[in-house]
Design a protein around this ligand. Structure first.
Ligand code: FAD
Length: 401
């Protein structure tokens, strides 16, 4: 490949999109640097599916075997009532078909670690820092860090998630692009006191779901909560306040909810956020572009956040390589490639909330009935395969290394 310009790329964010982008940029001869606000790689989060085109991206990275080794191996989910009686069960194969076509489910933190380990030897990581200011001109982007000395990069890419600071600096405030999806989510690690064996238990009241599933070969579990709510005014840096908000919603509920909540304060990796989509007309402004949740978060309701990040990173790096580093060609080409998948994932997310957290007792009973019937429906493959279909919206593209 003939490299003409734009060799140095600063990437903000070391979760899924950032390291995946750095991996491909290195492959094509660029020099990426990743700045991550957290002092270490962040653990925690939900189990996520790697599906469709993203599976092919991971295979081409040579990481699919490792991802399969770390797969959760979850076999299914049961919906229980307040007394813990199972009302409906579904095996993972029917529910979302994970396992077919090399698709897999992996803990978010494990995937982030796999990507980090695949890049740390030849990518510069700056942990515990963040971009404070940046100014761009025809020659590059001058970046002032909160802690480190100022530096100039040819390009800057925001891979810093749904609340992207890079996006705020280059495109404007979050409120211009964020769309509240009507739900909140919280998740944290707990002891596997329910004795779950590669299984998830979920309990619904109208508009809420509380559940637990086993992780790391049943040696621990994740408590997971999602509930319908208007946006809640609070300080997002105040973990204790967020934990109180969660406890207030769930206090008084049945099943094992009190025991799940009893582990809340000790949780090592408490994650809490509004389910939000980021909707933007374009993902570049001069020498700055966005990848992953920063540009097109589809919300946890889509189940496709990691897939969008992996595929977006692959296309962004590939288009930069194909354009010999010319961002004026590469950024619009990347946007054209990604747009159909982003639109499909964001649309898909609009239809799933009622399944997770039905709004009334009648709807919960109706959902349970559907779950019980699903294995017997001839069109179960169509329903269960919907996430894979969305994840295959954009075909794989070959870029010369
Ligand atoms: C700890 C954690 C837990 C999560 N849990 C869930 C979950 O349970 N369910 C779910 O659907 N999604 C969860 N997500 C989001 C999920 O990872 C993304 O939807 C998806 O994988 C896309 O990844 P991303 O790399 O684009 O963004 P993210 O995974 O959100 O990563 C963004 C990264 O940027 C870093 N960052 C943020 N601001 C700055 C800054 N100013 N400067 C430098 N770095 C910055 C963050 O620390 C993070 O490492 C979680 C994310 C994190 C970081």
């Amino acid at each position: 490949m003939q490299q003409t310009n734009n060799r140095t790329v600063l990437i903000s964010g070391a979760s899924i999109a950032g390291p995946a982008l750095a991996f491909w940029l290195r492959r094509y001869g660029f020099t990426p640097t990743i700045v991550e606000k957290s002092s270490t790689l962040r653990a925690g989060g939900q189990a996520i599916d790697v599906l469709g085109t993203a599976t092919e991206v991971v295979r081409r990275m040579g990481l699919l075997e490792r991802v399969h080794e770390l797969s959760t191996g979850k076999r299914g989910t049961s919906y229980v009532d307040a007394a813990g009686k199972v009302r409906a069960s579904i095996s993972s194969e029917v529910f979302n078909g994970v396992g077919a076509n090399g698709d897999t489910e992996i803990q978010r933190g494990d995937l982030a670690r796999v990507l980090y380990e695949a890049t740390r030897d030849d990518v510069e990581y700056l942990f515990g820092d963040t971009i404070a200011e940046m100014t761009q001109d025809a020659d590059g982007v001058r970046v002032c860090f909160e802690h480190g000395a100022p530096r100039t990069f040819d390009l800057v890419i925001g891979a810093d998630g749904v609340h992207s600071h890079t996006r705020a600096l280059a495109f404007g405030p979050e409120s211009d692009f964020a769309r509240h999806m009507g739900y909140y989510i919280a998740i944290y690690t707990i002891p596997n006191f329910l004795g779950l064996d590669h299984w998830e238990l979920d309990y619904n009241t109208p508009g809420t779901i509380a559940g637990a599933y086993s992780a790391r070969e049943n040696t621990e579990a994740k408590a997971i909560f999602a509930w319908a709510s208007e946006p809640i005014e609070h300080d997002y840096r105040d973990v204790a306040q967020r934990q109180r908000i969660l406890a207030d919603v769930y206090t008084g509920q049945g099943w094992e909810v009190p025991r799940l909540l009893s582990h809340l304060e000790a949780a090592p990796d408490f994650y809490f956020d509004a389910m939000t989509q980021i909707r933007m007309d374009g993902w570049h402004a001069g020498r700055v572009a966005l990848v992953g949740d920063a540009g097109y978060c589809a919300s946890p309701l889509s189940g496709q956040g990691a897939d969008l990040s992996l595929v977006g990173a692959y296309f962004l790096a590939g288009e930069l390589a194909a354009a010999a580093g010319d961002h004026t060609i590469a950024f619009p080409a990347y946007e054209r490639r990604m747009r159909p998948m982003v639109d499909a994932c964001q649309k898909f997310a609009e239809s799933t909330g009622g399944w997770y957290a039905p709004g009334s007792k009648a709807m919960i009973r109706f959902r349970d009935l559907n779950v019980r019937l699903l294995p017997y429906l001839p069109w179960r493959g169509v329903i269960g395969g919907a996430p894979q279909k969305v994840a295959r919206t954009v075909p794989m593209v070959d870029y010369a290394a």
